[in-house]
Design a protein around this ligand. Structure first.
Ligand SMILES: Nc1ncnc2c1ncn2[C@@H]1O[C@H](COP(=O)(O)OP(=O)(O)OP(=O)(O)O)[C@@H](O)[C@H]1O
Ligand SMILES: [Mg+2]
Length: 353
């Protein structure tokens, strides 16, 4: 549905600071695809190039098989079958909520009962049906953002581009809108490209996630793989909590790799990648009991009680580990504990710890 090949974009032609560098990715039809990364990594720039709002320096962009940008030229925004919601959304101040949402349908020649039905459905999805006749400026920031979202989804375009569309909503509404956005995207069968720096949001919504850093896609995978088996230290740290330790390969033994780490010798399931190596383990994968391999003795140095989840800092020979427990079993500061690191949860990742 969307294919980006070797996309380059810089804003300052004299500098060699690229906002986007050699980005290539393919998005399948009906997929919910997310660009995730820290502020300034090039997410919005990539999306604006797809929309036709920025002209790339080089590369190729295809939407549904049609080339919309390459060295020969660029297809205008209006000719691309897309709908978008921007980080800085703009709604029409002289129109009511419903008129705002209906506006793109007029331009598409969809009128009458068919248009009204679509507008109502979009307004219901964003929880603004009761506000349909309210002048648009008389809404809160979060409500305006929802109008912008409704105005985009109402078009039912092939490609829906969403740049942090939930950023102005409070936590509860954001959770609710995530679910509804995902439902709606499935129902209308549209392909969504979603931009966020919120890794939890990316996990909850996406079929696949591209992690970006300094204009480059460093990793591209479904949420589960990205979380459980990331390839790089950067992605491991950006997605979820992580204990990352320096390590070197001591020995290979069948399916296991033995690693020398500040914790001592640790067994990891799998084969090491090339290049500089680190060991990743997630705090919730460390168990407070003994197993067959990778048992460590330590002392709890800090307890952060978060309600459902309790976070511990545990001092072990040569390092400190973050370990996650639940409120079902509470442990105290100073307590001596045995920790178990299951080898299949000890993941070798590329990069320096
Ligand atoms: N109009 C512009 N003129 C010059 N530089 C720009 C412009 N827009 C973005 N940049 C630069 O390009 C780089 C990528 O910016 P971009 O807006 O794509 O990042 P982002 O990943 O969307 O960040 P955020 O999460 O903060 O929205 C940044 O270094 C930014 O400063
Ligand atoms: Mg942005």
């Amino acid at each position: 549905m969307l294919s980006i090949e070797n996309l380059h974009k810089r804003y300052d032609k004299r500098a060699d600071a690229f906002a986007v560098r050699a980005v290539s990715l393919d998005v399948r039809e009906g997929e919910f695809f997310t660009l995730l990364g820290p502020s300034g990594c090039g997410k919005t720039t990539t999306l604006r190039c797809v929309a036709g709002l920025e002209v790339p320096d080089s590369g190729t962009i295809r939407i549904a098989g049609q080339t919309v940008f390459d060295a020969r030229g660029s297809l205008p925004v209006a000719k691309r079958d897309i709908a978008m919601v921007f980080q800085s959304y703009a709604i029409w101040p002289h129109m009511s909520v419903a008129e705002n949402v209906r506006f793109p349908l007029d331009a598409m020649g969809i009128t009458g009962a068919a248009a009204t039905r679509r507008v109502e459905r979009a307004l219901e999805m964003v929880g603004l049906a009761a506000f349909r006749d309210r002048p648009a400026p008389m809404l809160s920031g979060g409500q305006q953002q929802r109008v912008a979202l409704a105005r985009a989804v109402v078009k039912e375009a092939k490609l829906l581009l969403l740049d942090e569309p939930l950023s102005n909503l409070d936590a509860r509404l954001r959770d609710q809108m995530r679910v509804e956005l995902r439902d709606l995207q499935r129902r209308i069968g549209t392909t969504a490209i979603y931009v966020t720096h919120d890794q939890e949001e990316a996990m909850a919504l996406s079929d696949r996630v591209a992690v970006m850093r300094d204009g480059v896609v460093v990793e591209l995978a479904p949420p589960r793989d990205l979380y459980l088996r990331p390839r790089t230290v950067f992605a491991a740290r950006f997605v979820g909590q992580a204990d990352v330790l320096p390590c070197t390969v001591a020995a290979r033994d069948g399916a296991l790799t033995w690693l020398d780490t500040p914790l001592g010798r640790i067994a990891s399931a799998g084969a090491p990648p090339d290049g500089p190596l680190s060991l990743l383990i997630r705090p919730e994968h460390i168990a407070f009991d003994a197993g067959a391999l990778n048992n460590l003795h330590g002392t709890i140095t800090r307890v952060v009680f978060g309600g459902r989840i309790v976070e511990y800092l545990v001092a072990v020979a040569g390092a400190e580990l973050r370990v996650q427990g639940t409120s079902a079993t509470l442990r105290a500061e100073g307590e001596a504990v045995t920790l178990h690191l299951p080898p299949e949860r000890c993941v070798m990742v590329q990069g320096e710890a």
